[in-house]
Every structure is written in C-alpha cells, then in structure tokens.
Design a protein around this ligand. Structure first.
Ligand SMILES: [Ca+2]
Ligand SMILES: [Ca+2]
Length: 387
C-alpha cells in the first residue's frame, strides 16, 4: 500500500508531533509512550501468526447492560432502521489498493441506528453506567515510569489547522495536536463544550468506549461488511452513498470539508465541525450521515488484504490486524469519512474507503453507530399480534 494520506493511520506520529508543538513539559510523557510503542512494534510477531490482540483497558468490563422490561416491547426499533438481507458487491476499483478485489458478499438482515450516536445518547449511557472514556482517563504513573505525575494529563487528538500552506498530498499531518482534556464532553479541549451540540454525534470515542456503550445498550458494532452494505443502500455499487455523481458543489449532500485543506474551510455545507444528526439527506435505507460527519467504528480488525480471502456470507473480519504503515499497532476499521474529509485526501466519505485506527484512540472526528441482530419488522408484527 502507498503511504496513507489520512491522519487516522498515524497516532504515534501525531503524538510525536505533539512533542514538538507542546514542548518538553508534556513531551516527556508522550515520548515515553512513543518509545513504548516503538518497542512493541519491534517485538511484534510476523503477521498471521495468531498473536493476541491487546487487552481492553481496565474498567471496560465493568459496564452492565441497562435495565430493560422483562418483555421486549421493541421500542429500540424507533431509532433504528431495518436493513433487509441481500447480496452486494463489496469494495471498489476506483479507490485504494485495500479496496480490491471487489467481491460478492451476502449479508443477513439487521437493524442499524438511523444516526450516529449523539452526545445526548452518550451522556445517558455515561450517567447510567458511570463509564469514563479513555480520553478522560489520566495516564497512570505505572504506565509512564519516570514521568512527573503532574505531567500526566488526560486528553485526545484534535484538529488544529497549522496556519501555513500544506501542499496537496503532503503527509506531514501537521493539522493534528494533542488536546489536553479533550474528550466527548470537550470536543476541542479546554474551554469547549457540548451544551449546544447534544444532537451532534459524540466524538473522541475510542473503539473500547464504543464497545462499552454497545454492551450497555444491548446492541453491537456493525461488521465492516454490514457497514458498507448499509452505506451502499444494498445492491448498488455506486461511487458515493447517493449515486455516481458528486452533485452540486453549491449544495453538498453530506458534511465534509470544502475549500483547501487544512486551513481554508469554506463551510459551504454549513458546518465547520460536526452537524446534528439528520441535517443531510438519508440514503436508500433511511440512514443519515453514512458519508461524512464523523468516522464510524466497525467491529472488524483491519487487514489490508482481507478482501482476497474473506467469507462470502456475513464476514466478521480477520483475527489479526496489520497496517503496513504502522506494523505492530492493532487497528480497528473506521468507515464513512468525517467533516474533515475532502477530495484532495482520499475522499474518505466514499462508501468503499477503508480507514483504520488504533482501538484505544479517540479523535475529534471519530464516533460510531450501533446495529442489532433481531427479528424483522414482519416478524415483530407477528410476535406482537400473538401476545
Ligand atoms: Ca462541513
Ligand atoms: Ca458518518
């Protein structure tokens, strides 16, 4: 694969960059983290040997499913749409090397959240479960021996335009910074909040955080194949979620980045960062923001060549993870692009585009939505009629 143009592949790089930007004060901690990462990279066994995935961080196992009534009233279907099973062509010949071969995949029917999980929903979960996201946790001294405790600061990765021109195709990723105290509650770090963004998608959600939410909600994350099938609206193998044409530049069909990335966001679509769920047209299945707004976690580990030999029915993803650009870092798939996606850098909002991010990493443009295996609408009608 070529060097990725999207910054999601480069957590360690971003952290290293932060060392320069933030200086010695915070750099001492992050330098150790990078050193630790480098050590793990060197020790990583060769791909495909069944090495074990990293353990979930502490406290992720403490979440319990929310209390429900004894008899399922199917009220959970109100915020979801039924995705009827079918067969589709997964992948794209118009994208990156990891999007081929285009192959036939059969998907069983499932339910999917109409919107990305909102701040309101995530707050409901956090309040009920007392769950603390990874971005909110202060790094533990035992994980960073030798670093003064006062230098261990919770935070997450935020978008920060550098203020100088970055040539198209430049992979320096100078637009990412470490935001001290950035989290889903403070999307841009200190002095930011979500009071006026409760219907926007929650961001700075790591994969482990999303899994904890799913456990509480009685749902799960979509597989990568389910996500792409749903985004494409079933059988269509369009280039974009809505068809093969990009559409009217004056009326963007989704929340992405207009203008010259990263400094000049012309905000033609009306949103510089996240947008409330449902502000842009739904796709054929009735799903909103499957293109843009925030990247969405899938359950699959990332493997660049998974399409070459994956199961033809309901593929669940590989057992291992390998990113040639960051060997040794276990990554989960994210899909759909974000408010930062633009045509100069991968056009991440295409339904075939595969992104990958370290499972413990939150970013200011990454969230998720859930799916659920359950009876179809017809079956539910029968169940309710029989009561
Ligand atoms: Ca936008
Ligand atoms: Ca999205």
């Amino acid at each position: 694969m070529s060097t990725p143009k999207n910054p999601h592949a480069l957590k360690q790089f971003t952290i290293a960059l932060t060392i320069v930007l933030v200086g010695v004060y915070f750099g001492s901690m992050l330098a150790l983290k990078k050193a630790d990462s480098d050590l793990r990279n060197r020790q990583a066994p060769a791909r495909g040997l069944g090495h074990n995935p990293p353990a979930a961080p502490d406290s992720d196992t403490q979440v319990s499913p929310r209390e429900t009534t004894e008899m399922d009233d199917f009220s959970w279907t109100n915020e979801m749409v039924w995705i009827p099973g079918g067969t589709f062509q997964m992948g794209s010949t118009n994208g990156q090397p990891d999007e081929v071969p285009v192959h036939t995949v059969e998907i069983s029917g499932f339910w999917m959240d109409r919107h990305e999980v909102s701040n309101a929903r995530f707050r409901e979960f956090a309040n009920a479960s007392k769950y603390i996201t990874i971005a909110e946790r202060t790094p533990r001294p035992e994980d960073f021996p030798g670093v003064p405790v006062e230098n261990l600061k919770a935070g997450s990765i935020i978008f920060q335009p550098p203020g100088f021109d970055v040539p198209i195709g430049n992979n320096s990723h100078v637009w990412w910074a470490y935001g001290v105290n950035a989290s889903w509650k403070r999307p841009e770090g200190e002095n930011s909040g979500i009071d006026d963004r409760m219907d926007h998608p929650a961001v700075h959600i790591a994969w482990y955080d999303a899994m904890a939410y799913c456990k509480w909600a009685g749902k799960r994350l979509p597989t990568e194949a389910e996500w792409e099938y749903a985004a494409r609206g079933g059988t269509n193998n369009f280039l974009y979620v809505w068809g093969n044409e990009k559409g009217d530049p004056a009326k963007p069909p989704c929340n992405i980045f207009q203008g010259s990335f990263p400094n000049n966001n012309t905000v033609v679509d009306g949103y510089k960062a996240t947008s409330p769920g449902g502000k842009f047209p739904a796709n054929i299945f009735g799903l909103h923001d499957m293109a843009g707004n925030v990247w969405e976690w899938c359950s699959d580990w990332y493997m660049p060549d998974y399409y070459r030999n994956s199961p033809a029915k309901n593929p669940q993803g590989p057992e291992n993870s390998y990113d040639p650009n960051e060997p040794g870092v276990w990554k989960k798939v994210t899909r759909g692009g974000s408010f930062l996606s633009n045509d100069a850098y991968l056009a991440g909002y295409r339904p075939g585009l595969r992104m990958k991010t370290s499972a413990d990493t939150g970013i200011s443009d990454t969230g998720f939505r859930c799916v659920k295996t359950g009876p179809s609408p017809e079956e539910i009608t029968k169940i309710l009629a029989a009561r």
